[in-house]
Design a protein around this ligand. Structure first.
Ligand SMILES: Cc1cc2nc3c(=O)[nH]c(=O)nc-3n(C[C@H](O)[C@H](O)[C@H](O)COP(=O)(O)O)c2cc1C
Ligand code: SF4
Length: 670
């Protein structure tokens, strides 16, 4: 289909200083967990974005010097000539598709603890470095400031040598330049105090970067439009003064906000286009092009922001991760095929754990080089096998889509009345509505394939599978929450677990209505315990959330929402008991035990919801595994995140009839 002419404006070129972006689709800097360690993986990943139509593709934060080291998280780096050739691979792959390549030069300042390089962390003043790390910065003197400017200049020249078209002065988030900009900069020299003084380092860096590379490269500034404040009422006064001061110096303003958990908010807390209220003034104080972000997956939202003159370029990190081909799909009138980001921030957990990026919606993300996976292409089938998939949750649906695209004849049997498995159930929980996109994108794909059929309300047993006589059978029947309390903190059943008042998240998801007061016991530590407590509280029940961890939903630190979750839970009036396990369940209450002192107390509870660990539903697999060609995927194989399930389904589909790799299942970079 031809593109809808309404969207033509999104495909207009945009001059940025001495270079021109071929369209308005702009992949802002985002980490991949590849960084300097995995340059080929990085190049392939960025190349796929450019192939998918992003007119500009940027790197992750790119360290300019060993005094800015973020180990164990692998940033990119431009410390020396070796880095030039490594990053040139990325530039080449981006240029192959006619896109511009951008690099985000980075000095972490007090944000870098330098555990790898062992260089002294630097900062505007002596202050704690890292997050909870027991190190402080050296207060930068004039020589240090000269050094930083020199390193920045040298890195910019290396970036130009690598072939980059856009070079960033990175003045956002919690890193060095931003530390100078913020009111917390208490220097008493010309780099501290007034707004003009605090903006001096940024000004000098923009000017010097332009002097060094400005003839051939555009100089962009990543900058926060706010200094803090509540989500939709942020303080923009000082940033406005600063852009009024510096507005015409760079070639591009890349605008975000101070609070990362809002800028990169999960859909549980932050809607699409949420930064608009805070940053819509920027274009009124500069004539330079402006890009900003907002988890844009809707072409209509992109169009509106450009038409209303709020941005010149549509910035995206997560939407481009979930679907690297958004621009091409809009261009070809296939916008209904956009695989929309669900706003879960699993992509960021790679960043937080120092591992390669992964994505719930896009199982090929991060696998472009090491496995040769492409988000839009998949090898044709290797045989005429028919496939029966039992279970239509995220793993089963993804396997059906990928096998269907390969050309296999696929039949999917789903026990429930609706497809989607856990996604369909969990998206009814507070804040998780957009997770249904995992199901809906796959259903839309299946609706276009004649070789994939599905049957609802079809509980399939051993005899029916044998009778159906598919060549291959895949069991994707998911997992159920344990009722006995075994989990991370309990390797034995919790005494009293058979008490009738005990429920699991499956009961609540299935519509059971608990009596209050309720104790939710979270030994899972991701979202389910917190969201269960929230749901039950919103039903008007008195709820106590008990967890052996030291904070609620602790793993969600990796998705940058733990703080929001705990705030929400406290605001809703849910009682929290952290550092506490359950030593016994009785009728009418639980015995809670402090994990440090062993002291116990009784908490009254008419219902106890145990979110501890899950059991794979693999009976069908074991009933048939010695008789037919049968495999398990997703939670039925090993319970995990929705991302793990989707990946598992995709992997199964990719590997069917493929030549088995010899040795390692993927290529390694050394
Ligand atoms: C996985 C991931 C890594 C990120 N890494 C960086 C980074 O290295 N530098 C940076 O300036 N922003 C980084 N960001 C923030 C994004 O650039 C962007 O501002 C944010 O994700 C909001 O945009 P979105 O809604 O399009 O995702 C990262 C975001 C994600 C999701
Ligand atoms: S992991 Fe989640 S938030 Fe990140 S891009 Fe994929 S769907 Fe979006």
């Amino acid at each position: 289909m031809p593109r809808d002419p309404r969207f033509d404006i999104l495909f207009e070129p945009v001059p940025i200083g001495p270079v021109t972006a071929p369209n308005r689709f702009y992949q802002v800097p985002h980490c991949t967990g590849m960084g300097y360690r995995r340059p080929q993986s990085l190049a392939a990943l960025r190349g796929v974005k450019a192939e998918g139509g992003w007119g500009t593709v940027c790197t992750e934060y790119c360290s300019i010097h060993p005094s800015s080291d973020d180990e164990p998280f692998p940033s990119a780096s431009l410390w020396d000539d070796h880095d030039v050739s490594a990053l040139a691979m990325t530039v080449d792959r981006v240029h192959e598709h006619g896109a511009l390549a951008g690099v985000e030069l980075w000095h972490g300042g007090a944000g870098s603890k330098n555990f790898y390089s062992r260089e002294t962390p630097l900062g505007p003043s002596s202050s704690p470095a890292g997050v909870w790390d027991p190190v402080q910065t050296k207060a930068m003197d004039k020589r240090d400031i000269r050094d930083v400017k020199q390193w920045h200049r040298e890195a910019a020249i290396r970036a130009e040598q690598a072939g980059f078209d856009i070079i960033y002065v990175y003045a956002a988030h919690w890193f060095l330049i931003s530390q100078f900009l913020m009111p917390s900069n208490r220097r008493t020299d010309e780099y501290g105090g007034s707004v003009e003084n605090r903006a001096r380092l940024l000004k000098e860096l923009i000017i010097e970067t332009k002097e060094a590379v400005g003839d051939t490269c555009a100089v962009a500034v990543r900058f926060s439009a706010s200094t803090g404040g509540p989500d939709h009422d942020q303080d923009t006064a000082e940033p406005r003064e600063m852009i009024e001061l510096l507005g015409e110096l760079p070639d591009l303003w890349d605008i975000n906000v101070r609070d990362y958990s809002f800028e990169m908010g999960t859909s549980r807390f932050v809607p699409e286009a949420a930064l608009e209220d805070t940053m819509s003034w920027v274009k009124s104080v500069t004539t330079k092009p402006v890009v900003s972000v907002g988890r844009f997956t809707s072409p209509d939202t992109m169009l509106r922001l450009v038409r209303q003159g709020i941005v010149d370029l549509v910035g995206a990190a997560r939407p481009s991760i979930a679907d690297p081909f958004i621009p091409q799909k809009i261009d070809e009138g296939r916008d209904d095929e956009i695989r929309e980001c669900i706003g879960c921030n699993i992509c960021y957990t790679g960043d937080q754990t120092g591992t390669p990026i992964r994505c719930t919606q896009n199982p090929t993300m991060g696998e472009e080089w090491r496995k040769g996976w492409h988000p839009e292409h998949i090898p044709a089938k290797g045989s005429d096998s028919s496939v029966l998939i039992v279970g239509g949750g995220p793993a089963g649906l993804e396997a059906a889509v990928a096998l269907g695209k390969r050309g296999y004849a696929v039949t999917l049997a789903e026990a429930r009345r609706k497809l989607g498995g856990r996604v369909t159930l969990e998206c009814e929980l507070p804040g998780l509505r957009q997770w249904d996109r995992v199901r809906d994108w796959r259903l839309n794909q299946i609706s276009k394939m004649e070789n994939v059929e599905y049957y609802l309300e079809s509980v399939v047993d051993r005899e029916q599978v044998l009778e159906f006589a598919a060549d291959r059978v895949v069991v994707a029947t998911g997992a159920t929450w344990r009722r006995d309390g075994i989990g991370r903190s309990h390797n034995q059943e919790i005494p009293g677990w058979q008490t009738p008042s005990v429920m699991t998240p499956d009961d609540v998801l299935g519509g059971a209505v608990p009596d209050g007061p309720v104790v939710v016991y979270d030994d899972d530590h991701y979202y389910i315990g917190g969201v269960m407590a929230e749901k039950l509280r919103s039903n008007g029940l008195e709820v106590t959330l008990v967890t052996p961890a030291n904070e609620v939903s602790t793993w969600t630190n990796h998705t940058v929402e733990q703080h929001r979750i705990q705030t929400q839970i406290l605001t809703l009036g849910i009682h929290i008991k952290t550092g506490t396990s359950l030593s016994e369940i009785r009728s009418g209450g639980v015995i809670a035990e402090c994990i440090y002192t062993g002291r116990t107390e009784e908490i009254p509870a008419a219902t106890v919801v145990l979110a501890t660990s899950r059991m794979p539903q693999d009976d069908l697999y074991y009933a048939l595994r010695d008789e037919i060609d049968i495999e398990r995927i997703g939670d039925c194989l090993a319970p995990g995140t929705i991302a793990t399930a989707v990946y598992s389904g995709h992997k199964y589909a990719r590997e069917m009839d493929a030549v088995a790799p010899v040795g390692m299942p993927f290529l390694r970079e050394r």
